[in-house]
Design a protein around this ligand. Structure first.
Ligand SMILES: Nc1nc2c(ncn2[C@@H]2O[C@H](COP(=O)(O)OP(=O)(O)OP(=O)(O)O)[C@@H](O)[C@H]2O)c(=O)[nH]1
Ligand SMILES: [Mg+2]
Length: 394
């Protein structure tokens, strides 16, 4: 089943639940109201207009009945861990609200599907942080789709926008691997990189805790020797997660700390080594050189490592996070992203921009400051959670 269908099923289920409270008549009245402004504005083409659909006909464009859709939607939900889903739903609250508000604004001024409207769609999507290129592409596809489908009602246009967003997201993610590259029979080395304050140390602490809970032997390496206090911060997380930390003195060579950690990990047959690095050095060139040197040391000890180079970006910074990722990607072979601070931000839409424009898989999502607030990123859950509340009955 396609991703958009999944969202539609979740939407149908929600609507069915709502309808047990509302009467069908009320729903039809609401629909008539929302479609009024469009009818005013389509003077010359009124005769071509698609006949109005009632709320009973929401499943007309699929081959299966509402009952079957509901069954499928329930099956999907049963297979998902409820806890993670709840955290996502909560974490996405603000993003969902922003999307909803922006869509409402867009359609509040809706007169007709003309060039001005398409430009407003572009602005709306850019404002919702889905990225410039993505916004342009969606608006272009919408231009075509509206022509083909002759869709003029706001509900149909809004659903088409969402369908296009989801289809593009699904298409761009076809070859994406969101699971961490864990080595089942040996040491997994994950290097964490990213600018200062994005959440590298915190994410390492949380992930260490998860692996420890799974019974794995975990080691941390404090290779941020630049910032005063950085080593102590990792030591503190090590204590919280109850895992050992390899460290040197502030100002010492981070590559030598990494060498010590690799040696220790091999000697003690550790399962996971998580390496913290500096977010800021004297300048960017130094930072990149340092990361290169760290990687060379790792490779000398294990040619297949590091198994992940995880770039940590702060979701609350939106477009800035995208720019950081672009820069890092040019100089380091980043294998995936850790998207932190998704809790409480309205900029969750950047998940779409990241996939469509960066082609880097998000592997972990930070959903709070606590030790348990890190989730393996499920891109489909994320998008279902984001969009299901935005579909409209047509
Ligand atoms: N709300 C929230 N806060 C987070 C999350 N991840 C990290 N933080 C907070 O972000 C701040 C910075 O986190 P750090 O882990 O110190 O960031 P860093 O990348 O190691 O920073 P430097 O060591 O300066 O390079 C801390 O106050 C964290 O508690 C998250 O997922 N949600
Ligand atoms: Mg740090």
């Amino acid at each position: 089943m396609g991703l958009f269908d999944k969202i539609k099923h979740a939407f149908v289920k929600d609507k069915e639940e709502e309808k047990t409270e509302d009467t069908a008549q009320e729903t039809v009245e609401e629909e008539e109201q929302t479609s009024e402004p469009v009818e005013e504005s389509t003077e010359s083409t009124e005769s071509e207009e698609i006949p109005e659909e009632t709320s009973e006909e929401i499943s007309t464009d699929t081959d299966i009945s509402v009952d079957e859709q509901l069954e499928e939607a329930e099956e999907i939900e049963e297979t998902e861990p409820a806890d993670a889903q709840k955290k996502y739903e909560k974490g996405l609250e603000k993003t969902r609200k922003t999307f909803k508000d922006r869509m409402n604004e867009l359609f509040a001024n809706f007169r007709s599907v003309d060039e001005d409207f398409f430009e407003e769609v572009e602005d709306t999507l850019i404002g919702a942080d889905v990225g410039f290129d993505t916004s342009m592409r969606i608006a272009d596809e919408l231009r075509q789709e509206v022509k083909i489908k002759n869709a003029k009602k706001p509900a149909a246009v809004q659903n088409t926008i969402i369908e296009k967003l989801v289809d593009l997201y699904e298409e761009e993610g076809e070859k994406e691997v969101n699971e961490l590259n864990e080595q089942p029979n040996g040491l997994s080395v994950f290097l964490f990189v990213g600018v200062n304050g994005t959440g590298k140390t915190t994410s390492i602490g949380k992930l260490a805790h998860q692996y420890k809970q799974e019974g794995k032997k975990v080691l941390l390496a404090a290779a941020d020797t630049f910032r005063a206090g950085a080593i102590d911060q990792l030591i503190e997380w090590g204590a919280r997660a109850d895992v050992e930390v390899v460290y040197g003195n502030t100002g010492s060579d981070p590559a030598s700390v990494v060498f010590d950690a690799m040696t220790k990990a091999k000697e003690e047959q550790a399962d996971v080594l998580l390496i913290d690095t500096a977010g800021r050095l004297q300048n960017k060139v130094n930072l990149m050189n340092e990361l290169d040197k760290i990687k060379r040391v790792i490779k000398r000890e294990d040619p297949n490592a590091p198994h992940e180079v995880l770039l940590v970006v702060d979701a609350t910074t939106g477009q800035n996070a995208m720019n950081q990722a672009k820069q890092f990607k040019e100089t380091t072979d980043v294998t995936g992203l850790v998207l932190t601070k998704l809790d409480g931000t309205a900029k969750g839409g950047i998940v779409l921009a990241i996939r469509n424009e960066l082609h880097l898989p998000v592997k972990l999502a930070g959903l709070g400051e606590g030790i348990d607030d890190l989730e393996v990123f499920d891109p489909n859950d994320f998008v279902v959670g984001l969009f299901k509340g935005l579909l409209q009955e047509e």
